[in-house]
Structure formats: C-alpha cells, structure tokens
Design a protein around this ligand. Structure first.
Ligand code: PGA
Length: 258
C-alpha cells in the first residue's frame, strides 16, 4: 500500500488572522489522531507560510506545503518565489502544475518539468497535478491528455519515487461535481501503468482532487489506487477538513471502491 497524503490547498483564501485561527483550532484536534500512516500538508498563500510554519513547530506529521514555485533557481523574476526560498523556511512539499496555473498562467509541460526538478533538488516533495478538461473527456481524449501531462512534466526525472501525482479532473475542481468512483479508479490505475512503463515504479502515490468533501471522501479513499486527496474548498473549514482526515485514517487497504 502506498504512503497516504492529504493536502489542504487554500488557494488565494484566508487573511493571516483566519489562517492562524484555523490552525489553532485544527492542531489540538489532530493530537488524538494516529499519525503513523499518513502525512498531512497545508498549503497556504506564500505570505502566510512563515506564520503557519511557526505554529507547526517542526511537526513531521503535518507539514508546510507551497502552491507553486519558480522554475529557475534565482534571478531577476519580479514577484516570484524560488524553491530554495521555500526549502529555507521549512516547506516540505510543493504543488506543481495545478490546473488553475496551467489555465491562468499558461504553464506548460516543459516549464513544469523544470519546476519538478527544482523542488527535488531542494529536498522537497513535488505534487504534480494532472487532469483533463470536460471537453477532453467528452471527446474521449482524457487518457491521452493525462498521459502527455505526466510524461512531459516528468521528463528526465530520476527520483521518481520522491514525486507524488494528484489527479484532478478540471471539471470537478471547485464545481461540486465529483468524478464517480469508476472514473477515479480507472484513471488512477491508468496513471500507475504509465509510471510503471515509463519508470518501472509502482511506488508513486496518486492522490485524487476535485470536490472532495466529508460526504464522499471515505468512498474515494477506499478506491485501491487512491493514496489520499488534494482538497480545496473543504480544506477551508476546520470541521470539514478533520472529517476528511478521519476518512483517510479509516481507509481500508486493498478494498474495491464502495
Ligand atoms: P476543490 O479543489 O476541492 O475545491 O474542488 C481542489 C483543488 O483545486 O486542488
């Protein structure tokens, strides 16, 4: 069974007061949870990383995540943040190629491959996001699109087992429209096959993201090839996030989706 991960992606939400208050409510509730089987990440806006890091106080169970980083090590790139800067302040994992960045910032596969390398060079874990649009799925191109995203964004990566993938169908992100379990499981096992053929590895965790919430999390996490979740909207509310953490904790190994 793959190691499990849960990432709260706060996107461009929460003021510093809201972010610290969330953590002050969340952290005591996590005390009661068995921490051995998975790692939690919280990915606030860049500006909140040091404050949230101070509250986490070096916890290995819950780590700081970043939502992005630049693809060059340093330089004259106004407004950007490097992988080295993130590693320096204790970030453990970085989202790469979230569909919102692919769409709004026009990030392409070649750029993403450089970002993955930078993150690995600095000893952090890249969470490479992939997923098809509704149009791709309607045209039956979903597998080809995801295959291309993965192959090109991981081109030349040697430390494949330090990477995690997040499958997030674009049509399910922030829409409330969750992919059905068969769709999730079929794509996760397809991604496993790609990684096996391209890299000879069966040990790359594949997370699901897209309208995951306390009601559907348990069924999604019970799919055999789902190693956790990337949670947007539902990670903004402590009670919902805790319920999703609990759902992952209760995940049964080797079950069918149900
Ligand atoms: P969502 O977002 O859970 O709000 O659909 C997921 C994501 O964008 O990572």
């Amino acid at each position: 069974m793959d190691k499990k991960y849960l990432i709260g992606n706060w996107k461009m939400y929460k003021t510093i007061q809201e972010a610290t208050s969330f953590m002050q409510h969340l952290l005591p509730q996590l005390e009661a949870i068995d921490r051995s089987s998975f790692t939690l990440f919280i990915a606030p806006a860049f500006v909140h990383l040091p404050a949230i890091g101070a509250l986490l106080n070096g916890s290995t169970f819950m780590q700081l995540g970043a939502q992005n980083c630049h693809h060059e090590p340093e330089g004259a790139f106004t407004g950007e943040v490097s992988a080295a800067m993130l590693a320096d302040i204790g970030v453990g994992g970085v989202l790469i190629g979230h569909s919102e960045r692919r769409i709004y910032q026009k990030e392409d596969h070649r750029l993403l491959a450089k970002k993955v390398k930078r993150v690995l060079e600095k000893g952090m874990q890249p969470f490479l996001c992939c997923g098809e649009s509704l149009e791709d799925r309607r045209n039956g191109r979903h597998k080809a699109v995801v295959q291309q995203q993965i192959q090109e964004s991981l081109d030349g990566i040697k430390e494949i087992e330090k990477v995690a993938i997040a499958y997030e169908p674009v049509w399910a992100i922030g829409t409330g429209e969750v992919a059905c379990l068969e769709v999730i499981e079929a794509m996760h096992s397809f991604i496993k096959e790609i990684l096996w053929h391209q890299y000879g590895s069966k040990n790359v965790p594949i997370l699901y993201g897209g309208s995951c919430n306390p009601q559907n999390a348990k069924a999604i996490f019970n799919c055999p090839n789902v190693a956790g979740g990337l949670i947007g909207g539902a990670s903004l509310r402590v009670d919902d996030f805790i319920k999703i953490v609990t759902a992952l904790l209760e995940q049964k190994d080797g079950t069918n989706c149900n």
